[in-house]
Design a protein around this ligand. Structure first.
Ligand code: PRX
Length: 647
């Protein structure tokens, strides 16, 4: 099959921040002299005290330490709000589009200043100080942005927990971060259905050693909640007493900004820690160049603020640049399957950034729901979170963007803080399915299993050779885990956990995770987490979870379950197990398929051979490879015979 290549439209090459020649020049300069490049880029934010040092990063085994702009001081909320007031007080900072299309509002930079200051004063009144952790468990409402920026303003470290997570997941994050305060809402609203956030917080309280602390409740739906005396307060009552001014706290460049829990291949989710200045510089520069942001653009990223994409590209990057950022409470299919496109027309959105899973599910409904909208304002499309298959890419390009909008397929991770591999719309020829080329200052390498750096066209594991300012600094409370997870596999390099191919043009093609992390509808999950939820069920003796290709979700969750002696595999039990995992982790972790397996393929030393389970789940049992080291090769035949049907 010939590879499709899409040229940069002439108008884009002319007006964009970077054309191909400029990209190449800037990229080369950023790699040749990173101190000079980032030394200049650091000036894109305002400093209270300027920096004299730029980069101080070591990936040395046992001594991993990453610092950027370390002797400067600044404040993230000041940069995202206050510094725009002189010129943009009346400009819209946030367009909020509610779940119900009749509800939307615009928040100017001037209003954002007042709201953030009020929220900051409420937190202060509740005893929150610099360095304290604050858990935010909110739906997609403007208060989520106010609360995050309020933390940044007073130097508190926010830890946003996605509203789809269960009380157990919330409790373990509260406990790990040792947070003493939770900000939540009475209920969230998604697709016309209420999400019982406050109730979940109540349920989590019992599970946290020493309790969950103070709970600030934002009134969103007015649904019934029970307020616990001495623990719970209404946000609107506290805000009514608070001043609309609050001075931003002077923060060191390397003071923590936030924690965000993410899944790894082993153990419990880890608290990824990002710090102040490097993160902001990196999200601001990537937002400008990748989305070719120009003054006046209306920019919409459909992520939830509970994920890193929401942090970096709904909030911090766009607001640092003084942009108008759209925040959407609802879902793509409510009240109609045209909702995304209707919102684009309603708010004249220029740049639209979403996940492949959304594209694939909307693609299933055909072209008509898209075509009945105009989308005249659209200029640029983006994709994030998982590999986008060429069919979905082509549909996005042809139907949604009417062939005139470039697509930026952006590869990055919670750990990277911002986009690392991506096209620039005025510079990069596009190949559907490829994240194309590295961003400024990013030095990707492809290594083989032994760590040998491969040259030219090749396939292997993706590592990043040098530090960039947006990089995570540590795993909260566990620097050793940070070093072991990211810097031990290939010494002196950051290991991404992704497989990758590089073609003859130097384009990068992410092939997916090479560890036990799966990506379900763009949500990242550790198979170990799902397994531990399953084995907590009284009927289950053992469980092994793998991913399998899923038409809409990218990957689905396939669980092999061995029952306790005496238990009978029934449909009712299968349903019960799915419900159990939903309760333990949250709906995003629901297994799609459960196979009752009398035995799992193990080596003689008792290690489960997941490679075999993966192949069976993928229906590729012709390619099982060597099974001779199995303790009991016969289990494989049973697994193949009883595999679950994907359709
Ligand atoms: O496997 C890669 C995949 O998502 C992982 C990171 O997940 P998370 O930390 O949740 O962050 C998602 C949003 C940045 C990566 O290791 N991934 C992300 N973007 C892409 C991708 N895979 C292919 N193409 C992408 N554009």
């Amino acid at each position: 099959m010939t590879e499709m290549i899409y040229d940069v439209p002439a108008a884009w090459a002319k007006k964009a921040w970077a054309n191909d020649a400029k990209y190449k020049k800037m990229y080369a300069a950023s790699i040749k002299d990173p101190d000079k490049f980032w030394g200049e880029q650091g000036k894109r934010i305002d400093w209270f005290k300027p920096y004299s040092k730029v980069r101080n990063a070591s990936y040395k085994p046992g001594k991993v330490a990453i610092k950027w702009f370390e002797d400067g001081t600044t404040n993230v909320a000041y940069n995202c709000v206050d510094r725009h007031l002189a010129t943009r007080a009346k400009q819209t900072a946030i367009i909020w589009e509610g779940d119900d299309p009749s509800e939307s509002k615009k928040i100017s930079y001037g209003q954002l200043y007042t709201e953030v200051c009020k929220f900051a004063n409420v937190l202060k009144a509740k005893g929150v100080k610099k360095g304290d952790r604050v858990t935010i468990y909110l739906p997609m409402i403007p208060e989520a942005a106010y609360a995050m920026l309020a933390c940044a303003r007073i130097g508190a470290i926010h830890s946003v927990v996605f509203g789809g997570f269960s009380p157990d997941s919330l409790a373990s994050r509260v406990e790990d971060s040792d947070s003493k305060i939770v900000i939540t809402a009475d209920e969230g609203l998604r697709g016309g259905r209420a999400v019982p956030l406050k109730k979940n917080v109540d349920a989590a309280d019992d599970k946290v050693k020493g309790g969950i602390g103070t709970v600030i409740v934002v009134k969103r739906t007015g649904g019934h909640v029970t307020m616990k005396e001495g623990r719970d307060v209404w946000y609107h009552e506290e805000a009514a007493k608070a001043s609309g001014h609050c001075p931003p706290v002077e923060m060191k460049a390397e003071d923590p900004l936030f924690l965000l829990y993410t899944s790894g291949s082993t153990g419990k989710p880890k608290g990824v820690l990002h710090t102040t200045a490097g993160y902001l510089v990196y999200t601001a520069i990537t937002h400008q160049y990748v989305f070719d942001y120009h003054e006046g653009d209306v920019y919409w990223c459909t992520a939830d603020v509970g994920w890193v994409t929401g942090h970096s590209y709904i909030l911090y990057g766009p607001l640092a640049n003084g942009a108008t950022t759209l925040m959407f409470e609802g879902i793509p299919t409510y009240p109609t399957i045209s909702r995304f496109w209707e919102v684009i027309d309603k708010h004249k959105v220029n740049t639209f950034y979403t996940a492949p899973t959304a594209i694939r599910s909307l693609m299933g409904a055909g072209e008509e729901p898209v075509k009945k909208t105009k989308r005249k304002s659209l200029r640029l499309l983006g994709s994030v979170g998982e590999p986008i298959n060429p069919e979905a890419w082509e549909w996005y390009h042809r139907v949604v963007g009417e062939r005139r909008c470039p697509i930026v397929d952006t590869w990055w991770q919670t750990e990277t803080g911002g986009i690392l591999i991506t096209p620039l719309p005025g510079a990069t020829k596009l190949k559907p399915g490829s994240a194309t080329r590295p961003f400024f200052g990013v030095k990707p390498e492809i290594v083989d299993a032994e760590g040998k750096v491969l040259e030219g066209a090749c396939e292997g594991n993706l590592v990043i050779a040098e530090s960039w300012p947006g990089q995570m600094r540590t795993v909260y409370g566990d620097h050793k885990r940070f070093e072991e997870t990211y810097f031990a596999t290939y010494p002196n390099k950051y290991f991404t956990g992704d497989g990758c191919r590089r073609d003859a043009d130097g384009y990068y093609w992410i092939t997916g995770r090479v560890d036990d992390v799966i990506n379900v509808s763009g949500h990242r999950m550790g198979t170990a987490e799902v397994e531990s939820a399953l084995v907590a069920h009284p009927s289950v003796s053992e469980a092994a979870v793998v991913g399998y290709p899923h038409d809409i979700k990218g990957q689905g969750i396939y669980a092999y379950v061995t029952l306790m002696a005496g238990e009978t595999p029934t449909e009712a039990l299968r349903k019960d197990l799915v419900a159990y995992v939903r309760k333990e982790i949250g709906p995003i972790a629901s297994p799609d398929l459960i196979q009752f397996a009398p035995g799992l393929p193990k080596t003689r030393s008792g290690k489960i051979m997941r490679r075999i389970l993966r192949k069976i789940a993928e229906d590729e049992f012709g390619a099982l490879g060597d099974t001779s080291t199995l303790a009991d090769p016969a289990v494989v035949d049973d697994l193949i015979a009883n595999r679950q049907n994907k359709r």
